[in-house]
Design a protein around this ligand. Structure first.
Ligand SMILES: NC(=O)c1ccc[n+]([C@@H]2O[C@H](COP(=O)([O-])OP(=O)(O)OC[C@H]3O[C@@H](n4cnc5c(N)ncnc54)[C@H](OP(=O)(O)O)[C@@H]3O)[C@@H](O)[C@H]2O)c1
Length: 155
C-alpha cells in the first residue's frame, strides 16, 4: 500500500511535472481521501498514506505555481467501488451512503480544471474536516475515527 499510494504517486508526479514545468503548462490531479485529515485506527497505514498524498500535493502545488502548473488533491468520502471488498470494509456504516465513482471523478476533474488545491466531493466533509476536526482533542478524534471504520458486531 505504501508503494502504490506514496512511492508510485511521487514518481509519477515527478515524471509528469518535469515536462509541464518546461512547457509552463499543466495540471495534476492526485487522488487522496477524507482519510488524509486524521489518523485512522483499524486502517492506520491507509490513512497515513493519504495524509502523505494531501500534504505532498499541496507542497508541490506551491513549488510549481509560478510555472503555470496546478496540483489538486481530490479528497473523496466513501465511494461505491471495489475498495470496500479490497479493504475488508463490508458492513461498515459509512459506506451505506457511498457516492458513485462517476460523480467523484466529475468533481475532481472540474476542481483540477479550476486549479483548486484541495477538493472534497461532499460539502459536509469539507466543513467537518476544515472546521470541526482540527479543534477537537486528538483522543476524541481517534475514537470517532475508529468508530467510523468499525464493523457491526455479529449477534
Ligand atoms: N472507494 C472509496 O471509498 C475511496 C474513498 C476515498 C479515496 N479513494 C481512493 O480512490 C482511489 C481509487 O480507489 P477505488 O475506490 O477505485 O478502489 P478499487 O476499486 O479497489 O481500485 C483500486 C485500483 O488500484 C489498483 N491497484 C491496487 N493495488 C495495486 C498494485 N499493487 N499495483 C498497481 N495497481 C494496484 C487496482 O488495480 P486492479 O484492478 O488491477 O486490482 C485498482 O484499479 C484510491 O486511491 C483510493 O484510496 C477511495
Amino acid at each position: 500500500m505504501i508503494q502504490v499510494n506514496m512511492a508510485a504517486l511521487t514518481s509519477l508526479t515527478h515524471l509528469y511535472l518535469q515536462g509541464m514545468v518546461e512547457r509552463s503548462r499543466g495540471r495534476i490531479l492526485n487522488v487522496s481521501s477524507t482519510a488524509s485529515f486524521m489518523p485512522g485506527p483499524l486502517q492506520a497505514v491507509y490513512y497515513a498514506t493519504k495524509a502523505y498524498v494531501t500534504s505532498f500535493s499541496q507542497a508541490i502545488a506551491e513549488e510549481v505555481a509560478s510555472n503555470n502548473v496546478t496540483v489538486t488533491a481530490l479528497c473523496p468520502g466513501p465511494v461505491a467501488t471495489g475498495f470496500v471488498a479490497a479493504a475488508d470494509l463490508d458492513g461498515v456504516a459509512v459506506f451505506d451512503q457511498a457516492k458513485t465513482a462517476q460523480s467523484v471523478a466529475q468533481c475532481g476533474y472540474k476542481a483540477m480544471m479550476r486549479g483548486e488545491l484541495v477538493v472534497f466531493n461532499e460539502a459536509k466533509f469539507k466543513c467537518l474536516l476544515n472546521w470541526v476536526v482540527p479543534f477537537l482533542p486528538r483522543k476524541v478524534v481517534l475514537k470517532i475515527s475508529r468508530k467510523a471504520m468499525e464493523k457491526p458486531r455479529s449477534s
